[in-house]
Design a protein around this ligand. Sequence first.
Ligand SMILES: Nc1nc2c(ncn2[C@@H]2O[C@H](COP(=O)(O)OP(=O)(O)OP(=O)(O)O)[C@@H](O)[C@H]2O)c(=O)[nH]1
Ligand SMILES: [Mg+2]
Length: 233
Amino acid sequence: MDQDILFRVIIVGDTGVGKSCILLRFSENTFNEQHNVTIGVEFGSKSIDIGNTAIKLQIWDTAGQESFRSITRSFYRRADGVLLVYDITARHTFENCKFWLDEIRQNAASDVIIYLVGNQIDLVTAGKENREVTLEEGLEFAKKNNLGGFKETSARSGINVQEAFTEFCSILFNRWKEHKDVQVIEKPKIDLRPVSKPKKKRRCYILHNLYILCNIILFIIREIIFYGNIRIL
Ligand SMILES: Nc1nc2c(ncn2[C@@H]2O[C@H](COP(=O)(O)OP(=O)(O)OP(=O)(O)O)[C@@H](O)[C@H]2O)c(=O)[nH]1
Ligand SMILES: [Mg+2]
């Protein structure tokens, strides 16, 4: 491995869409049938290899319930990416994505990467009766709002969960590489100003000299008091 890189990601979306289950599938490859409402924010992490680089994802799974909104807002600011989740069998959760986008844009960094996920696709494999949001609508929403990417997933069966995180991670990594290159190109400035001693160092230097001077004076005084004259050895 060349180096380790860390990205901070938060998962947002309406309550019950499957945010915690997606994180559980990704980090531990398991599924929870229960809806254990997330209180505030929960944390998970996992590493992904992109090429020769080990990338660690620090993932903050937020509560979809409105009462926790002020807590979750404070997590947007340091996020490199946001996974925005809706449930393809519950249309209102897709419609609320506009609200979530506003939340992200108001609270996260301006260059944050947003990845859209339509979850619970296992519920429509037998037929289309459960589906309330089409694949095309998801794609259209992602395109129209300039999102980093989009996938339909199932936390229950595991379909596309790993793939979504890998793609999301690659996008973050590519952006990071571009940003790094820009910094290298933009910062060849050499500072030609004369280098002055740092103030702290200069202060130590003066104190040291004062200390030596005091010792000399004390030595002279002692010689005068005890011997009445100064003996120069
Ligand atoms: N069939 C199916 N059920 C799912 C899937 N993902 C989650 N669920 C179920 O949906 C319910 C809610 O899942 P959670 O992951 O707890 O939802 P959440 O988005 O974290 O909800 P909050 O923490 O309240 O914001 C649970 O009963 C899960 O078992 C999925 O892909 N397919
Ligand atoms: Mg949850």
